[in-house]
Design a protein around this ligand. Structure first.
Ligand code: KG4
Ligand code: ZN
Length: 336
């Protein structure tokens, strides 16, 4: 089965062609990062309009680069939620319309299921069951995964998502959006131990997270060391970035270890934008190696939003016999 995947839930137009026999045949992505940069965050209406402009030309490019004809596509999978409603509508309408024109089935995919299954696209995919840490701009969740669609939520953030915390801390340090990669880069120049930030909710049992207190702590530290221009000096900014990243990473690692102990499982996958973080990967790799387990993640470009994960997740759902009707329904809020 050959599936066209369409991702438009936020500010990336992602397309991919996945073949259940041959694997990923091609993928392409248009990022709107520059479009939203001057606003310090994603402007929903601008995002929708840009998806409209870019989507169909990208479908054409993908098919030609993958050496595939439209009549070789067996199904269309599009992100149906959660995400920005207008942006989701663009992908859903285009996906539904293409499926209708090509006379093939279409399926709406849960964006976080896409992220969760992205490590399956790698050469050595993890085997079920495993614990998944989903860390994106909108979600921070620990999930027990026993198979496609068999998910049990173990814990989640009660306020900000980990990625959102990275983005907000970056803004405080006058770094561009999305802030995660910028904080990670700056943190490399930071001195370990000059600042120690709190590890929220790790001193009590449970698998939930809270990152809003860490945000306030960061804001206070920045204000305390700010010069005339409202910012601390460059080295202090780097030290703050280091302390912030370390607090998030260690908090996530503590909860992952706890989730593995609680479930008795030894395989962890990390997915979503923050799983691109090199420090997070290193800390979890060391922790899992010590415990005799293993951590899996997608290649860097498939950690953040992309069409490949949607094509893959849609393909698995379709192979299991799931189909959507002709209606175009999107769910801006949708639990996994
Ligand atoms: O999964 P994603 O692309 O979009 C959502 O579904 O939200 O995640 C985007 C988030 C942003 O908050 C971004 O700052 C964060 O992932 N991110 C990172 C890194 N790369 C992206 N956070 C920390 N370190 C990174 N290297
Ligand atoms: Zn995402």
């Amino acid at each position: 089965m050959r599936v066209l995947g369409i991702e438009t839930s936020c500010d990336e137009t992602g397309l991919a062609l996945y073949d259940s026999e041959r694997g990923l045949l091609g993928h392409c992505l248009y990022s709107q990062v520059k479009l939203h940069a001057e606003y310090g965050g994603v402007v929903p209406e601008l995002a929708s309009r840009d998806h409209v402009r870019k989507l169909l030309p990208l479908v054409k490019r993908l098919l030609s680069e993958a050496g595939s004809e439209a009549n070789e596509v067996d199904a269309v999978a599009y992100t149906a939620g959660p995400g920005l409603i207008g942006a989701l509508m663009v992908g859903a309408c285009a996906g539904r319309a293409l499926a209708y024109a090509w006379d093939v089935p279409a399926i709406g995919v849960h964006h976080m299921e896409g992220h969760l299954l992205a490590p399956m696209l790698e050469a050595q995919p993890p085997a079920f069951p495993f614990v998944a840490l989903l860390v994106s701009g909108g979600h921070t969740q620990l999930v027990r995964v026993d198979g496609i669609g068999v998910y049990e939520l173990l814990g989640e953030s009660l306020d900000d998502a980990a990625g959102e915390a990275f983005d907000k801390a970056a803004k405080m340090l006058d770094l561009d959006y999305p802030g995660g990669p910028h904080i990670a880069r700056l943190a490399q120049q930071g001195a370990a131990g000059r600042f120690v930030f709190p590890r929220p909710m790790t001193d009590r049992p449970g698998l939930d997270f809270s990152f809003s207190g860490l945000k306030t702590f960061t804001l206070n530290t920045v204000a305390e060391h700010a010069g005339a221009d409202g910012l601390p000096d460059q080295q202090t900014c780097a030290d703050i970035a280091h302390a912030f990243q370390e607090a998030v990473v260690q908090t996530l690692a503590i909860k992952c270890r706890r989730a593995l102990e609680q479930t008795g499982l030894s395989t962890l996958i990390i997915a979503g934008g923050v799983s691109a973080n090199v420090r997070l990967r290193a800390v979890l790799e060391a922790a899992l190696a010590k415990a005799g387990g293993r951590v899996y993640y997608a290649r860097q470009e498939f950690c953040t939003d992309n069409g490949a994960m949607i094509a893959y997740a849609g393909c698995q759902r379709l192979l299991a016999g799931q189909r959507d009707d002709l209606g175009v329904t999107v769910k801006p809020r949708w639990s996994l």
